[in-house]
Design a protein. Structure first.
Length: 198
């Protein structure tokens, strides 16, 4: 037969705080006041019991402190023993940080700088691209080793009217010292200047 001991201390003011001394880890019942913090979870209501597999299991309604403010019923035992610390947002953040190199090409949020970088590469390396004959077909190469090096050279795009331009040598490669952001007018003048010099 199991013996029970009532917990004392600051938790004595809360109802039904019993510990089964025979199997304390599995049968522990703790008071969980409204507003308690467990990792990223904040309790919103008093715990309620539900029947799971023929046994009563205590759940409490919680809100995660992540930007999504997820609200979910969480097992009290998982809160108390630390098995549940949030809605899973922290795992997503850790995974995202692990696979993110520069942050300019997140799913659904590709930056104009990264798009220009990728387009310049395919113009020089993909013969199936329509404009191949004007770039890779003419021997123009993409000579940046990484996106970080590319960004260090050209910086952020000044405005939506700017696109990537090879300058001052329009017949040169995409390489450090020969790329810039330019408007259509600037690019047209660059092409005219090359025609006049030729």
């Amino acid at each position: 037969m199991s013996t029970y001991a009532v917990l004392s201390g600051d938790r004595a003011n809360f109802p039904i705080v019993l510990v089964n001394s025979k199997d304390s880890m599995r049968s522990r019942r703790r008071a969980v006041p409204i507003g308690s913090q467990f990792g990223r979870w904040t309790t919103l209501a008093k715990p309620r019991s539900r029947v799971r597999c023929g046994k009563y299991v205590r759940f409490v309604r919680c809100r995660c402190n992540c930007p999504a403010k997820t609200i979910k019923a969480v097992r009290v035992s998982n809160l108390v023993n630390g098995h549940s610390k949030g809605c899973g947002c922290k795992n997503r953040e850790v995974l995202l940080n692990a696979v993110t190199r520069h942050g300019y090409a997140r799913r659904g949020k590709v930056s104009p700088e990264y798009r220009a970088y990728c387009n310049a590469i395919t113009r020089c390396t993909n013969p199936n691209r329509e404009c191949w004959e004007n770039y890779g077909g003419r021997g123009i190469e993409f000579r940046f080793d990484s996106f970080e090096q590319f960004m260090k050279e050209v910086g952020h795009r000044p405005s939506p009217q700017h696109t990537l331009d090879r300058w001052p040598n329009n017949d040169g490669h995409y390489e450090p010292g020969n790329v810039r952001w330019a408007t259509r007018t600037q690019q047209a003048l660059n092409k005219q200047r090359m025609v006049v010099q030729a």
